[in-house]
Design a protein around this ligand. Sequence first.
Ligand SMILES: Nc1ncnc2c1ncn2[C@@H]1O[C@H](COP(=O)(O)OP(=O)(O)O)[C@@H](O)[C@H]1O
Ligand SMILES: [Mg+2]
Length: 307
Amino acid sequence: MRNLAAVREDDLNRPKGIQRMRRLPDPKLGALWDSIILDDRLKAQLISQAMLNFTLRGKIDRSVIPLHGVILLVGPPGTGKTSLARGLAHRTAESFQGGGFRLLEVEPHALTSSAMGKTQRAVSDLFSQSIAEAAAGGPTIVLLDEVETLAADRSKMSLEANPIDIHRATDAVLVQLDALADQHPNLLFLATSNFPQAVDAAFTSRCDLVMHVPLPDREACGRILKECLSGLGKTYPAIGKLPASPHIERCAAECVGLDGRAIRKMVANALASSPQTAMNPERVTIEDLLAAARAAKASRTQGGKTP
Ligand SMILES: Nc1ncnc2c1ncn2[C@@H]1O[C@H](COP(=O)(O)OP(=O)(O)O)[C@@H](O)[C@H]1O
Ligand SMILES: [Mg+2]
């Protein structure tokens, strides 16, 4: 009986626009949270805001504090926003010792349709049916990844370039957010955007916290690089020794300007610096890392083109 219900919930009965449903806490998401290097104060602020959502909203009238249950993470691509949002869902559930929390992941792109009026309808159904039902069943966290697709800035839209359908979809999101905020204090949206200027101002104004996730600074670059090399060291012990090299700080300095994803990919590029190293990654050197970091930065400053 229980198994059947689990299968239904996770796979068969997945409503349109919901990419994934999972029970929280989920230790894998905890590991994801820990893997993202970010100022501890920012991480603590995120956890506190998410906790407050579930302690306060059921008890305090919205005329006192008009919380909507929305946290928005904005920042350049590759800075860990999606990972942080998933990890935060886990950490929040963990703070309430489970409590029957669930995480729904919305796939905004699956909702947009070329047929006029369909997107608005899909958005309304998703919020008023699927999400409302989940929230009625227990504490629910919803990941709205790349929310600019759903809540696009209406003031910047030309009707030729952007179909009126998207305009209506943004309206639908706002209407539904207000309705859900009223009826479901056990609901928290975690939204992310790489392009905050593309998110509708009325959406941003409904967010209880907008946090800017920055590019890693010099120290954070060093920590990401070292953790990446140590992770590889579990399989390739010689790579695990590189963080102790006296030249590792030069590599870290060379990474400033790259996002966290780019730093980890740069390490893969260094492992691919020659066919011999690719066949035997333990041959990678600090010089390979320095060269790969320089190349990654150069391609970035030239708008993605390699020099
Ligand atoms: N601050 C960071 N610290 C460590 N790793 C990071 C960081 N930012 C990004 N990464 C790496 O990049 C990957 C992609 O991050 P993601 O959460 O998808 O970023 P975003 O949603 O901002 O584009 C992560 O899984 C992680 O490996
Ligand atoms: Mg993302």
